[in-house]
Design a protein around this ligand. Structure first.
Ligand SMILES: NC(=O)c1ccc[n+]([C@@H]2O[C@H](COP(=O)([O-])OP(=O)(O)OC[C@H]3O[C@@H](n4cnc5c(N)ncnc54)[C@H](O)[C@@H]3O)[C@@H](O)[C@H]2O)c1
Length: 351
């Protein structure tokens, strides 16, 4: 018997919703069935683009639809927790954009709701699904790095501050570059290290360039007067096994590249560089480095699409989601701790 399609409701019709809709539209066993957003124009645009038959007036109206299986949440960060909980309580599986929430307390409420309702919850950490990330992970399974005792993760932008209200004001975003892009490389670094047990974090978070009279961004007009999120942050994270990670992220920074992301893992048997896919072997007597083969799947599309496909499969087959919310909890604990450390000037215990 042919299985019925999984029906998806989109909560949000802004920038990233197009990429998500493309991902859902690629799946033959899924169907975009409804969309809602504060902006009716944005809804209509997406609905037309992807043949979405229903535009709902409110998220609550959409959650009440009996035919929907999945809600995909792509609205500003501060709404992630309340909407996720409402959707789960309405009996829907939830894929939610990053950051999953603004605090560990919120993540705990979301996990509790998922467990109580028996529905799936996953944060859309798409960078785990990039071919280079997947190839590195597979390579490490075949050729372990030994004890990974130090790592660094940077996501730095020279003048790329997103200038919409969802990103410039703390009340909507919960923070700036740290929670917006730091969350990507932090999640990926923990995934590659296979270490989700932080012990403490110390950090700084500053707004140095965005408020200057001559500040500018490639991505719109900065509200210099009212912007209250950081444009640079850095942290030092200790893990319970004694290893450590340094994290750096920026929306604006006086550096040469327009944008630069990297993760370095340093182990007792070798080192690894993302996204370069270079393995540095401890055992070779010469300086011989291995450039890994990357299995690209060009027909499939972006990492966002792969993430959506994997989430849909977990729902369809009732399997664990590929980004477990308890791993995301560790990511949010580090970010929350980093902001607290930046405020107090003290290291924050996360155990
Ligand atoms: N994974 C990624 O690469 C990536 C990239 C961009 C954005 N994001 C995340 O996706 C989310 C949305 O980002 P975006 O770039 O699409 O933002 P956006 O500002 O382009 O769009 C947000 C949309 O949400 C709508 N909205 C706001 N509050 C709402 C509410 N209460 N009810 C219904 N609709 C509401 C707005 O009208 C807008 O259309 C954010 O959490 C962001 O962090 C992730």
């Amino acid at each position: 018997m042919k299985e019925r399609k999984l029906k998806v409701g989109m909560l949000g019709a802004g920038g990233i919703s197009r990429v998500h809709c493309e991902g859902w539209a690629k799946l033959p066993d899924c169907e975009l069935a409804a969309i809602t957003d504060l902006s009716k124009d944005a809804c209509q645009t997406r609905a037309k683009e992807f043949n979405i038959p229903n535009i709902d007036a409110t998220p609550q109206e959409m959650f009440a639809r009996e035919d929907l299986d999945i809600i995909d949440i792509v609205v500003p960060n501060r709404f992630h927790c309340p909407f996720t909980i409402s959707a789960l309580q309405a009996g829907k599986h939830v894929l939610c954009e990053k950051p999953l929430a603004l605090s560990v307390a919120e993540v705990d409420e979301m996990i509790a709701a998922a467990e109580k309702t028996g529905k799936k919850l996953m944060c859309a950490q798409h960078m785990r699904f990039e071919p280079k990330s997947q190839s590195i992970k597979e390579y490490m399974a075949r050729r372990p790095l030994g004890e990974i005792y130090y790592a660094r993760a940077w996501y730095l932008r020279r003048r790329q501050l997103p200038c919409t209200p969802g990103f410039m004001y703390r009340k909507n975003a919960g923070g700036g570059c740290c929670i917006d892009v730091g969350v990507h490389v932090l999640d990926l670094a923990l995934f590659l290290m296979d270490n989700f047990s932080p012990a403490s974090v110390s950090g700084i978070s500053v707004t140095k360039l965005a408020k200057q009279a001559d500040s500018w961004s490639e991505w719109g007009q900065i509200d210099r007067e009212n912007i209250d999120v950081e444009d640079f942050a850095a942290g030092f994270i200790r893990f319970q096994d004694g290893s450590a990670l340094s994290l750096e992220c920026s929306f604006m920074l006086n550096m040469k590249p327009r944008s630069y992301s990297t993760i370095d893992l340093f182990g007792t048997l070798g080192g690894l560089k993302w996204p370069d896919c270079e393995f540095v072997d401890h055992t070779s007597k010469d300086f011989i480095d291995v450039k890994m083969e990357v299995r690209e799947d060009k027909a499939w599309g972006t990492a966002h699409h792969a993430e959506i496909r994997e989430f849909a499969q977990a729902v369809r087959n009732d399997k664990p989601v590929p980004v477990p919310p308890r791993q995301t909890r560790a990511v949010i604990a580090i970010l929350e701790g980093l902001y607290q450390s930046a405020r107090t000037g003290k290291e924050v215990n996360l155990k």
